[in-house]
Design a protein around this ligand. Structure first.
Ligand code: NAP
Length: 335
């Protein structure tokens, strides 16, 4: 059994799909009220818990051999902030995995932790990485730079509004990676002996300037390359202006500044060789990332029901239980 945290996220969804596509048993740690419905078709089990609740994390670990930790916080919410989830939650997850004899754990960090930036999104990940190294677990830390999907999001804004703010240093070298390739790297990390107790920066097959990654994304999808630059200094100024609106927006702007100003290029050829997988060329990944809408946007995804019980492994059993006997879904999360 492989436990996937952050299963409903952009990366976690791909991890679940990759693992299920080769028939592996997957348990998704999802929060009660998460948008987990779009994983129904994968046949993965759901376990309702929360990284901020160590008891639930411990119980989620029952019978688990491997863990892929793909959780994260994009924009902080009350009580669900970088420290509570990335630092404390990850530390609790590693302790539970160690206590339950998990054989290997893959943790998704990010390339920008290598910088000196002291922002919560990064300091919390540094805490998690240190806790993992000290845990005694067999582990692999993958530090990706920007996802191809980040550039697809920018292109969607161009499609909708005709223009977009392009964050970061335009000339900064990055190696955008498709989340499916990253999911395959996580899977390979469970087995490859060379990746035990290893921490490595990972990325896609091609390095390019941020501005080129954006331009190519627009070009292959038939969009104008229209953008206004939003350099890190502008993002930091936004963070200061946003402070009265609450910590979350200010921290979000600071995290963006850090992610989009840290050089995260990798040697693409060595990536493929290390993990033994062919990586998706950027233009192809850009086309896929732009056209693949997230399953959450599929209006039929919610119609299938699942059996769920708080803090017990929960299996979707089509044909076993009558639809009308299924309990109603959990209430929506409010945070
Ligand atoms: N996006 C990038 O370009 C990029 C680049 C480098 C590294 N990364 C790292 O890659 C990882 C995945 O990124 P992503 O873009 O896929 O993130 P994402 O889409 O924001 O997903 C975050 C996941 O974490 C879960 N989560 C949040 N708080 C939780 C809690 N208290 N308990 C349990 N689960 C919780 C979310 O569940 P809910 O559905 O309940 O909210 C969601 O499934 C993150 O660690 C991120 O820092 C991202």
């Amino acid at each position: 059994m492989i436990l996937v945290t952050g299963a409903t996220g952009r990366l976690g969804t791909q991890v679940v799909r990759v693992l299920r596509s080769i028939g592996l048993d997957v348990r998704c740690l999802v929060r009660k009220g998460s948008e987990y419905f779009w994983l129904n078709d994968t046949g993965a089990a759901y376990f309702f818990g929360d990284l901020r609740d160590p008891a639930s994390v411990g119980r989620a670990m029952d019978g688990v051999r491997h863990v892929i930790a793909a959780h994260g916080v994009r924009v902080e919410r009350t009580g669900n902030d970088h420290r509570a989830v990335n630092a404390d939650g990850s530390t609790a997850l590693f302790a539970a995995a160690q206590a339950r004899g998990v054989e290997h754990l893959v943790y998704i960090s990010c390339a920008a932790v290598e910088s000196d930036d002291d922002v919560p999104a990064l300091s919390s990940k540094r805490v998690a990485e240190a806790a993992l190294a000290a845990s005694g677990l067999s582990y692999t830390v993958l530090r990706p730079g920007l996802f191809v999907q980040n550039f697809a999001d920018l292109a969607r804004r161009v499609e909708a509004n005709g223009n977009v703010f392009l964050p970061g240093t335009p000339s900064m070298l990055v190696s955008p990676i498709h989340t499916r390739d990253l999911a395959l790297m996580a899977l390979a990390s469970l087995e490859l002996p060379a990746l035990k107790k290893a921490t490595l920066r990972v990325g896609g097959p091609e390095s390019m300037a941020i501005e080129d990654a954006f331009s190519r994304m627009c070009r292959v999808n038939g969009l104008p390359e229209a953008h206004w630059p939003l350099p890190p200094i502008g993002l930091r100024a936004l963070a200061t202006v946003a402070r009265p609106l609450g910590r979350r927006w200010s921290n979000h702007a600071r995290a963006l500044a850090a992610h989009y100003s840290h050089p995260s290029a990798v040697d693409g050829a060595s990536m493929g060789a290390t993990f033994g997988i062919p990586l998706t060329p950027y233009d192809e990944a850009a086309r896929t990332a732009f056209t693949e809408r997230h399953q959450s946007e599929d209006p039929t995804a919610r119609e299938e029901k699942v059996v769920h019980r708080q803090f017990t492994a929960t299996i979707y059993e089509p044909g076993v239980i009558k639809w009308e006997d299924l309990p109603a879904g959990p209430p929506p999360r409010r945070d």
